[in-house]
Design a protein around this ligand. Structure first.
Ligand code: ATP
Ligand code: MG
Length: 571
């Protein structure tokens, strides 16, 4: 391919609104352009990268026995009403009407469509298990599209769905998909980790996420420093605390004028944040008892994903507003405590393990010290519920060392769905005994466009992208210096390009009438795995320069170029 015939609009300067390296470099190296918030056009170089990633994904999935289908982006609302998700999905799902005022959405995911396909086309247990996948556009009207294609509104996902007669068959496929995802990410040369995860809007129980490890990741992963435990912070748990010590102090109301944060109160009372509890008031699902109190140890943070799954708590989580708190409790947010609180109180295990603790007195300007569960506040075991974010240093839940944190980009997510779609949508097959049963489903997502950003996060330096060979848009960059004016350079460069094409080596020839400095800077930015530099001076001595990645140039005889290149490519 000749660069004069291939659009690569590189940018010299960093774009202003790109916060992470991958976004900056994708814009600067001419892979993508933004159309509107969260919407991107893929330029020719970017498309080549996408196609390479898709190829790896397809090869591995086909090998694992999955079948490729292609479902529509536009989906009828009826299907989503059947699964009860039409209302549940919220504003992330883009809805619209056709000319007959029928409701449709832009598919944020395809469980409903595949379940509909299944119920129409598959009737017998003999046809199971089946595993379908597609590589298709998804639309999610994300609250905060950011980091370029990492969190876009329109993006490409590989999504897959499997159907099984029994759990054993599902388990086998789930494991195969887990292995398949590991093979794909290994082939893409990514440093990744599979972790336990929350199931989110998709529903179902068990799930694993695959994270590409990088500081630019949006997700925090908690992992055991010694054992194998690893989970998304959204879901991570620590080992239970030691049993609660016996009460020693008596309940005392203490003035804390103007002290409203845990930090201020702890300092004011010469105590520590760990000896305080914080009480957060959230909205419930019950109109008669609209508020629920969540109690955490003072130094811990609420995990909203865990909290909104607690029984009675409104999902999505909503905090009570200050006016509502004042009206029902009689104080400001900074003075709430569980003693005498007239509402359901749920307590995190670490807060429940405290004795002689400090909390708000439900009266502005006062706190209570020497508080003890049971003696001063009723506490039922059923109300002790994990709701906090683990912190580094917490003991791992399996007792294998302590937890530490890593940052990751979620590139894949595999779920056990059970029958949450097959039952309400009445997908069924006849089993060996002629009885109708709902198939157990699994679903398997992988962010194809997000993977491009993840690869770049792990493979770049100050000068630009350093493409790993399995993903690179071209393998070889031929820089022809003075191509327009020098006959020997032009002849040598054209001959090399020709030889590459004939040998199936994907090469990009910089034949632009640009200064050498511009060509070098662009080549560094685009970052192809191998580079050949052809200039008048070297050619006069029968040589060209060969460069592997960011290594130093090697001078090689022009006659040896193809054999050197072929060796390097087969290494
Ligand atoms: P996230 O927690 O990042 O929002 P999710 O749990 O909503 O992800 P899934 O529904 O499991 O994601 O989608 C499967 C895969 O699709 C994800 O693992 C991710 O790689 C990709 N993906 C999801 N949302 C986006 C997005 N807005 N932009 C790009 N890729 C995305
Ligand atoms: Mg999401």
């Amino acid at each position: 391919m000749r660069q004069t015939q291939f659009l690569i609009p590189t940018l010299k300067e960093d774009p202003a609104d790109a916060d992470v390296a991958s976004h900056r470099l994708m814009l600067r190296s001419g892979l993508i352009r933004q159309l509107a918030s969260g919407l991107y056009t893929w330029l020719p170089l970017g498309v080549r990268v996408l196609r390479r990633i898709e190829k790896v994904i397809r090869e591995e999935l086909n090998l694992s026995g999955a079948q490729e289908v292609l479902m529509p982006v536009v989906q009828p609302a009826e299907l989503w009403r059947e699964s009860k998700r039409w209302d549940k999905m919220g504003p992330e799902m883009m809805r619209m009407q056709d000319r007959h005022q029928r409701d449709f959405c832009l598919g944020p995911t395809h469980e409903e469509v595949i379940t509909d396909l299944f119920r129409r086309e598959i009737q017998s247990y003999r046809q199971l298990p089946v595993n379908f996948y597609q590589i298709q556009t998804k639309f999610r009207d994300e609250v905060r599209p950011r980091f370029g294609v990492m969190r876009a509104r329109e993006f490409t996902m590989k999504d897959g769905y499997s159907f099984h007669l029994d759990q054993a068959s599902f388990d086998e496929t789930y494991k195969e998909m887990h292995d398949c995802y590991s093979r794909i990410l290994t082939r893409l040369q990514l440093d990744f980790r599979a972790v336990d995860a929350d199931t989110g809007n998709i529903g179902g129980s068990n799930s694993h996420e695959f994270h590409v490890l990088t500081n630019a990741g949006e997700d925090t992963i908690a992992f055991a420093t010694q054992g194998s435990y690893a989970a998304n912070l959204e879901k991570a748990v620590a080992a239970p605390p030691a049993p609660r010590p016996a009460a020693r102090s008596s309940l005392t109301k203490v003035p804390t004028p103007g002290q409203t944060t845990i930090e201020q109160v702890a300092r004011h009372l010469n105590s520590s944040e760990k000896q305080c509890v914080k009480t957060l008031i959230v909205k419930s699902d019950d109109e008669d008892k609209p508020l629920i109190a969540l109690v955490l140890r003072g130094d811990h943070e609420l995990n909203t994903i865990k909290a909104q799954k607690l029984e009675g708590v409104h999902n999505p989580l909503e905090f009570a507003d200050p006016a509502q708190i004042k009206a029902s409790i009689g104080c400001d947010v900074g003075s709430i405590g569980p003693v005498g609180l007239d509402m359901k109180v749920l307590v995190d295990p670490e807060a429940a393990a405290l004795a002689d603790f400090i909390c708000g007195a439900n009266e502005d300007g006062y706190h209570t010290s020497g508080v003890n569960w049971v003696r001063d506040v009723a506490l039922d075991d059923a109300n002790i519920r994990d709701m906090r974010n683990v912190v580094p240093g917490d003991p791992a839940p399996d007792g294998q060392g302590s937890l530490d944190f890593l940052r990751g980009i979620e590139v894949g997510h595999i779920f056990q769905l059970g029958t949450v779609y097959s039952e309400p949508m009445q997908a069924s097959v006849l089993n060996e005994n002629g009885r109708s049963v709902a198939p157990i489903m699994g679903c398997y997502g992988m962010g194809v466009t997000r993977l491009v950003a993840a690869v770049i996060e792990q493979n770049h330096d100050d000068q630009g992208i350093c493409w790993p060979r399995p993903v690179a848009p071209f393998q070889v960059h031929i820089l022809a210096l003075n191509y327009a004016k020098s006959d020997p350079v032009r002849t040598a460069a054209d001959t090399l390009l020709d030889a590459c094409n004939k040998n199936g080596i994907e090469a990009l020839l910089d034949d632009r009438p640009e200064r050498p400095g511009v060509k070098f800077a662009d080549a560094d930015l685009i970052g192809l795995p191998f580079r050949l530099t052809i200039g008048d001076r070297g050619l006069a001595e029968g040589n060209v320069e060969f460069k592997v990645g960011r290594d130093a140039n090697q001078v090689i005889p022009v006659d040896n170029v193809m054999s050197v290149l072929m060796d390097a490519l087969s290494a």
